[in-house]
Design a protein around this ligand. Structure first.
Ligand code: DX5
Ligand code: ZN
Length: 246
């Protein structure tokens, strides 16, 4: 499996001191920053947009290599993911993860006649994100089966293949929820089919739940409250990493 990547979710950081919180968590050993973008429509909560990402980029050194330390992993919980690709590239995001559900339903709304659109739209999104110059991730909510992703993952056009799959382990929208262990078969299935894929899990990850995720095959671990709520965040980051590398 690919290397362990620990990506603290800044949703649980102090939004009035985000720059410091971001640089601190990187110095404490985080690989990536997981940046949750919510529009109040795709999910029942709002966070912030590209201007805030631009300001925190100034506090965190750019990664030296693709996917390296300091990567901004933007998790777009928004209904119109295509609309914001160039803005987030400009803001300094390296990996743009959109929701499969949003890509499919926005297509259905604009082109109700096109029966093939359900399957072609996520591919269009991935190709577009790559053309703009970012890594592309595709996320699925707990109610979405994993097999909807095989079409893109098996695409013979490299530009249409996502660099990462995000398997949500809570309903997106809020930090501090309980880990849904029943999502682990999705991770196992993905790892079996795609040994080199970056598989990210997000929601309820902590020292208590990370072993289940790691055993299933996840290598990118998002943790919000477990890291930012800890008295020693660096130790938590290290223990999350150990669980994946073990
Ligand atoms: C939830 C977000 C998560 C959230 C995770 O919609 O996508 O990234 O911050 O928070 P914890 O780790 O506290 O469950
Ligand atoms: Zn997230």
């Amino acid at each position: 499996a690919p290397p362990a990547i620990i990506a603290p979710s800044i949703l649980s950081a102090d939004f009035a001191a985000l720059g410091d919180a971001c640089s601190r968590t990187i110095h404490q050993g985080a690989d990536w920053l997981h940046i949750d973008i919510m529009d109040g429509h795709f999910v029942p909560n709002m966070t912030f947009g590209a201007p805030v990402v631009t300001t925190i980029r100034k506090h965190v050194d750019r990664p030296q290599t693709a996917g390296g330390k300091g990567t901004f992993d933007c998790h777009m919980m928004i209904s119109e993911p295509k609309k914001w690709v160039t803005s987030f590239k400009g803001a300094g995001c390296e990996c743009y993860t959109f929701h499969y559900e949003a890509a499919v339903s926005s297509t259905a709304a604009t082109r109700p006649q096109d029966e093939t659109s359900e399957r072609t739209n996520p591919k269009d999104m991935i190709r577009y994100i790559h053309e703009v110059g970012m890594k592309a991730g595709i996320a699925i909510k707990p109610g979405t089966p994993v097999d909807v992703l095989y079409d893109v993952l098996d695409s013979r056009s490299e530009n249409e293949v996502p660099d990462m799959v995000l398997v949500m382990t809570v309903e997106p929208g809020f930090g501090g929820q309980s880990f849904m262990a029943e999502m682990m078969p999705k991770v196992q299935e993905l790892r079996k089919r795609y040994p080199d894929l970056n598989i990210e899990v997000d929601g309820g990850l902590s020292e208590k739940t990370v072993d289940q995720a790691a055993e299933a095959g996840a290598n990118v671990i998002v943790a919000g409250s477990a890291v930012f709520g800890a008295s020693d965040p660096g130790a938590v980051i290290q223990r999350l990493r150990d669980a994946v590398e073990r």
